[in-house]
Design a protein around this ligand. Structure first.
Ligand code: ZN
Ligand code: ZN
Length: 357
C-alpha cells in the first residue's frame, strides 16, 4: 500500500475521524497515483474508492491499485458516498474545506443528513505532504536540473528587440521538449519596468539595452514541480539596478546561511528582510521569502512573517527575496532547497553573480 495512505489513516485515527473525502487534485494524486482532474477519493480504514466516470475507469484501475474504481460521477456521487459510508458505519467524515465548493458541500451535507457528520479538515490532509520522501525529492531534483538547463538555453536568445513572449515561449518549448510534463506554472519573463511586478505576465514588450530581465519558472517531473528565478542584464545596467541586484543577492545568501532544521520560516525570512531593510529597500520587498514546493508549486510551509512552522528534514522550500522599484525595474533571485539533517541541499545550480549579456 502507498506510504501516503498509511500516513493518512494514522492521522484519521489520531483525530478520531473515520473517513475522508479527497477532492484536491494534488492530494488525489498523492494518495492514489491518479493523474486526471476528474475524480474523488473516498477513504475509510476498511475500504478505499476512486469515484470517477466512464472515461477514466481503465486509467484508474491501472494507476490506483489500492483503490476500487467506481463509475459514479456527477449526480451519482453524493448518493454513492452516503450509501457507502452508511454501510461502513462511518460517523465523522473529513472534507477539504479550503477546496470544495459551497454548492458541493451543501449537496453532500443534504445527502448525509445528521447521521454522518461532515467535518472541515482545515488543511490537515494537505499538511501530510510537507515532508517529502526520497522518491518525491528525486522528482523535484530532476525537475530543478531540467530548469537549470532551460536557463542556460534561454540566455543564448536574449538580444535587443526580442520580446518577453518570444523568450517565454522558447523556454517553455525547451523544457517540454526535454521532458517537462507541462509547466509548474506559467513562465514569468519580465523586463525593464515590468520587472517591478513580481508576477508580471510575459508581453509583447521588447528587451532593450540596459534592462534587467527576470525569469521565474519551473518544470514538472513525475507530477512534481520545481521553481527558480534568475535576473540577468542586457548590456550594462545603471548604478541603481546594479545596487539592487547586489543587495538582493546578499539577502538571498544570508537567508540560505540560516536555512536548516529547527529554524522557523520567520527566522529565515528575517535574515533576508533585515538586510534589505538595512540597505533602505525594505518597503520594496513586499512578499515572503519562500514557500514549500511539491505536487503544487505553492504549498506548506511558508517562509515569511507568518511562517511559525519549524523546518524539518525532507521539506522542500524556495528562497526568493526580491526588490521591486516601480517604474524602474526589479530583481528576484530564487533557489529551491531540500532541508537535510544538517543544513540543506540546493537543488538549483545556475550561477547567481550578475550575468551581463
Ligand atoms: Zn518562482
Ligand atoms: Zn517561488
Amino acid at each position: 500500500m502507498k506510504h501516503s495512505i498509511i500516513k493518512l489513516e494514522s492521522l484519521l485515527n489520531k483525530h478520531e475521524i473515520d473517513s475522508a473525502i479527497i477532492t484536491k487534485k494534488s492530494n488525489i494524486r498523492y494518495f492514489s497515483g491518479f493523474t486526471s482532474e476528474d475524480g474523488i477519493l473516498l477513504i475509510h480504514s476498511k475500504a478505499r474508492y476512486l469515484i470517477t466516470d466512464f472515461r477514466y475507469i481503465e486509467q484508474g484501475e491501472i494507476q490506483c491499485p489500492d483503490f476500487q474504481v467506481i463509475d459514479a460521477a456527477g449526480p451519482k456521487t453524493a448518493p454513492f458516498i452516503k450509501e457507502t459510508l452508511e454501510k461502513l458505519g462511518a460517523k465523522k467524515v473529513w472534507f477539504e474545506d479550503g477546496v470544495i465548493s459551497f454548492r458541493t458541500y451543501l449537496t453532500y451535507n443534504e445527502a448525509l443528513k445528521e447521521d454522518i457528520q461532515l467535518i472541515p479538515d482545515q488543511d490537515v490532509i494537505s499538511s501530510l505532504r510537507i515532508i517529502k520522501s526520497l522518491e518525491e525529492v528525486n522528482n523535484i531534483r530532476d525537475a530543478a536540473a531540467l530548469s537549470d538547463k532551460g536557463f542556460l538555453h534561454i540566455l543564448d536568445y536574449i538580444r535587443p528587440g526580442i520580446s518577453e513572449l518570444d523568450l517565454a515561449i522558447e523556454l517553455e518549448f525547451f523544457l517540454r521538449k526535454n521532458g517537462s510534463e507541462g509547466l509548474a506554472f506559467p513562465i514569468i519573463a519580465a523586463s525593464g519596468n515590468n520587472g517591478s511586478l513580481p508576477h508580471a505576465e510575459p508581453s509583447n514588450k521588447t528587451i532593450e539595452n540596459g534592462e534587467f530581465i527576470t525569469f521565474d519558472f519551473g518544470s514538472k517531473i513525475g507530477g512534481y514541480c520545481s521553481d527558480m528565478t534568475r535576473t540577468v542584464s542586457l548590456g550594462e545596467p545603471n548604478d541603481q539596478l546594479r545596487q539592487i541586484y547586489e543587495v538582493t543577492l546578499q539577502a538571498q545568501l544570508n537567508a540560505l546561511k540560516a536555512m536548516g532544521p529547527g529554524k522557523t520560516g520567520v527566522e529565515v525570512d528575517k535574515q533576508a528582510r533585515d538586510y534589505i531593510q538595512s540597505k533602505g529597500y525594505g518597503e520594496y520587498f513586499g512578499h515572503g521569502l519562500g514557500h514549500g514546493v511539491g505536487l503544487d508549486v505553492h504549498e506548506a510551509p511558508t517562509l515569511s512573517l507568518r511562517g511559525d512552522k519549524m523546518l524539518e528534514p525532507g521539506m522542500v522550500v524556495s528562497c526568493e527575496p526580491g526588490i521591486y522599484l516601480p517604474g524602474k525595474g526589479g530583481v528576484r533571485i530564487e533557489d529551491l532547497v531540500v532541508i537535510k539533517e544538517e543544513g540543506f541541499e540546493n537543488l538549483v545550480s545556475s550561477p547567481k553573480e550578475l550575468i551581463i549579456l
